[in-house]
Design a protein around this ligand. Structure first.
Ligand code: MF3
Ligand code: CO
Ligand code: CO
Length: 287
């Protein structure tokens, strides 16, 4: 229970209506002072089917990037691949014009943590590590995922950072049991990053997704067990820890007001999937 949690009564039951097993379970947790979801965060089967479809196209976009990415290519060329493939297949790239973002995906190289803007002048070099983050809208539903790519041969340090960042996402996902808290996941991610000598960015987090680009809950990746929102079956959210080789602090580049960079210019890596919480645990919707 965080100090910011004022025990909002998110889970409400209509007067006179019998309580389901789910109602009883959530109300008991809410009554202990935990933050619980509102009903609109629990997706209907129809919404899940829609998000699943967006996930299939988003995965195909990232597979195309994986196939085409190479040394000497500009990040604008990556953006053009993403835009063309997405629109030709009936999707819309969600980043384009999102809160003024000018391109169709984010391309974040080396010390860039996230939200890098594709640019014709930015050329991929041997040894670079780059995150390509794509979000696709199909029939109004959103799916969001990102991967790291290593350009040619890189250093052992960068290879380890990319690998550990992926493990952090997977370990975070494994910690997301039904009726666990966002903080249980955050604690697992934080432990794995620190064990490997890395840090977890604190100023940015994952998020609910599906009906909109960014929904509740905030999926913090740095934190303590038992804090944050309760995660119950039917919720859809991303896990996308940003892992730094140096300190956790970051800043936003004043040139474009988007690009997030590590404060000490150390390298950063991130992987992201969109997940559905089921009775058995998480299912990846962006495979
Ligand atoms: N895809 C990012 C995320 O994982 C958000 C990018 S916002 C943009 O949440 F405007 F930069 F595209
Ligand atoms: Co993303
Ligand atoms: Co995201």
């Amino acid at each position: 229970m965080g100090i910011f949690n004022k025990n909002p009564r998110n889970w409400r039951v209509k007067s006179g209506q019998p309580l389901t097993e789910m109602d009883k379970r959530i109300l008991a947790i809410q009554n202990k002072g935990h933050l619980v979801p509102t009903r609109d965060l629990i997706k209907t089967p129809e919404q899940i089917a829609g998000i699943r479809k967006a996930g299939v196209l988003n995965t195909a976009v990232l597979d195309l990037v994986a196939e085409k990415i190479h040394e000497g290519m500009s990040t604008l060329e990556i953006d053009q691949l993403v835009y063309d493939f997405t629109t030709k297949n009936g999707g819309i790239p969600a980043p384009l014009n999102y809160e003024g973002f000018p391109k169709s995906c984010c391309t974040s190289i080396n010390e860039v943590v996230c939200h890098g803007i594709p640019d014709a002048e930015e050329i991929l070099e041997e040894g670079d590590i780059i995150n390509v983050d794509c979000t696709t809208i199909v029939d109004g539903y959103f799916a969001d995922a990102s991967r790291m790519f290593i350009i040619g041969k890189t250093t052992p340090e960068r290879e380890k950072l990319v690998q550990v960042a992926k493990e952090c996402m997977e370990i975070g996902a494994a910690a997301c049991k039904p009726y666990s808290f966002v903080g249980d996941q955050a604690a697992a991610v934080t432990k794995h990053a620190h064990k490997n000598g890395f840090t977890v960015v604190r100023d940015l987090c994952g998020h609910g997704v599906g009906n909109k680009f960014h929904e509740e809950p905030d999926m913090e990746h740095y934190g303590k067990k038992g804090t944050g929102m309760l995660l119950v079956p039917g919720m859809v959210f991303t896990i996308e820890p940003m892992i730094n080789a140096g300190g956790w602090e970051v800043f936003v580049d004043s040139e474009d007001d988007w690009t997030v960079v590590t404060d000490d210019y150390s390298d950063s890596a991130q992987w992201e999937h969109t997940y559905l919480m089921t009775e058995e645990g998480l299912e990846i919707l962006t495979y």
